[in-house]
Design a protein around this ligand. Sequence first.
Ligand code: SAM
Length: 160
Amino acid sequence: MTEHHGDALRPGETALDLPAPNDARLRFIGRLRTPFAGREECPRQGSDDGPECRVELSPEFAPGLDGIEAFSRVELLYWLHEARRDLLTQSPKGDGAVRGTFSLRSPLRPNPIGTSVVRLIRREGAVLVVRGLDCLDGTPLVDIKPVRCEFTVQAAGKGV
Ligand code: SAM
């Protein structure tokens, strides 16, 4: 088990054996299942009236979903695994207008992390059914968080 100085488990807490906090290697926690087989089929950004998509967690991460049903929206972070990572400036529409990567939400970026705030329709065990995704079927999932505004109300005044 990785050492976590000063972060001993509290009663009822559970943990997996994962890399140390200063090790930036990602461990994907699941996959996003969408109807979008090719990049040209994906919307530029998801929307509330988009198709139902499935957030499929790997079984070992499923306990991490406990309590998620309390939220109507969750934020998903995912790894845009088919995007090149080396562009510092780019012309998204190919029209000659060039902008810096960090002034865009383009999938092409040094660390191709996409984020979407999606509507949580329901939970089915280790699966969340959501609307509002814009990524390819099979995109690896990095993280799930309740949206800030709903979470702030529930967690007001409390530490982690
Ligand atoms: N909503 C996210 C964000 O703002 O961070 C991503 C926005 S990005 C403009 C969405 C586009 O990325 C899609 O329209 C598609 O062209 C592309 N895309 C989706 N999934 C991808 C993947 N797994 N790998 C590479 N490109 C992807």
